[in-house]
Design a protein. Structure first.
Lengths: 271, 95
């Protein structure tokens, strides 16, 4: 045990050994050392080592302040920077970089809105009014003859769409006017009736039958007589391709609103 | 365990002693055996504070002598300790 303690005493710093080694060795010769003494010496070695290291640093700094100035400044600067970044992150001024960049798929392109089928020559500001597209010239006439200023066609929303009416041996099916647009061969717009004193807009309603050969026959009208007459005379000149339902020829009933506007008509007539 | 430095100062109060003599003396008057590490740790601190100093000796066994500052410090500590002892004893009797 004495030998072990002497080995442990070699762990003291050189300054301690130069000062106390001889008398410490003499002390070990005088006592009967135990394991507790070994632990006691090792504990004191640690205390002396720690104290000596700290003292050496302080003495060195006192002798040469520049030796420790740069590391101290660098350490303080680094810590201050880290603390500043943490504080900035905490208050939201710095956004942490995400670990994984999630790229969301782009939404499908928005389709273009359906074109508003409106004849600007008739009611420039009335988008619900369907006019004369496709407008086909009547036989032997020019196109302009059948484009009447101040007159428009509005396809109505039919409450009995798809219904079937039987008249004798005939069977009429109710179709909306929009469904017949792809089958039209000729359309003639009504002309604003001359000599009327009506001001503003006038609407008449016309129910018509598209026969098996594609010609049109007006069944009923509603509205002022002179305007219904103008609408009837124009609509009965419409021509469709022969209609079929389930591969069989059929006759179709539809209804439209014909709107007359005196102000637009007057401006057109004055041109 | 009391502060080893006070025990060493008390041991040196009646004359110079080397390490082993200090250990034996403390064990006699205080019943405490200081380890060699504790003993020389306390001796080193006492020397650094100027409370003891090494006396002249030709032997390997270095005797130590208490200084005037060490004696003053020991008086102050003993006075404080005596006050604590008296207060504790009085309160124990009153309890």
């Amino acid at each position: 045990m004495r030998t072990l303690i002497r080995w442990a005493a070699r762990l003291y710093p050189a300054t301690w050994r130069n000062r106390y080694a001889a008398e410490f060795d003499a002390l070990l010769d005088d006592i009967s050392p135990s394991l507790g003494d070994l632990c006691d010496v090792l504990g004191d070695v640690l205390r002396v080592r720690a104290t000596t290291s700290l003292d050496a640093c302080l003495v060195w700094a006192a002798v040469s302040p520049m030796t420790l100035r740069l590391p101290v400044v660098l350490s303080l600067t680094g810590h201050a920077l880290m603390i500043t970044l943490v504080l900035l992150t905490a208050v939201g001024y710095v956004t942490p970089m995400p670990l994984h960049v999630v790229v969301a798929p782009l939404p499908p392109p928005t389709p273009d809105p359906p074109p508003q089928v409106t004849d600007a020559r008739v009611f420039p500001n009335a988008l619900t009014l369907y006019s004369s597209l496709p407008l086909m010239p009547a036989q032997g006439d020019t196109l302009s003859l059948y484009v009447a200023d101040g007159v428009g066609i509005n396809f109505l929303s039919l409450p009995d769409i798809g219904a079937t009416y039987r008249r004798g041996n005939a069977e009429w099916r109710v179709w909306p006017g929009q469904a017949l647009e792809g089958l039209i061969v000729r359309r003639v717009l009504p002309e604003y009736p001359r000599g009327t004193n009506t001001r503003g807009a006038v609407s008449v309603f016309v129910e018509y039958l598209v026969t098996r050969d594609g010609s049109v026959k007006v069944l009923r009208t509603s509205g002022p007589a002179r305007f219904t007459s103008a609408a009837r005379s124009a609509i009965e000149r419409w021509v469709y391709r022969p209609l079929e339902y389930e591969n069989r020829p059929c006759e179709v009933v539809s209804r439209v609103e014909v709107r007359f506007d005196s102000e637009v008509a007057q401006s057109g007539l004055s041109r | 365990m009391p502060d080893p430095t006070i025990l060493i100062l008390a041991s040196l109060a009646d004359g110079d002693k080397h390490g082993y003599a200090i250990m034996e003396d403390i064990q006699v008057f205080a019943g405490i055996r200081l380890g060699p590490g504790t003993l020389y740790g306390a001796i080193r601190r006492l020397e650094e504070r100027g409370w003891i100093r090494a006396a002249k000796s030709e032997s390997r066994r270095q005797p130590y002598r208490i200084t005037a500052e060490g004696s003053q410090h020991l008086k102050e500590q003993l006075a404080l300790l005596g006050q604590v002892v008296r207060t504790g004893n009085r309160r124990m009797r009153e309890a």
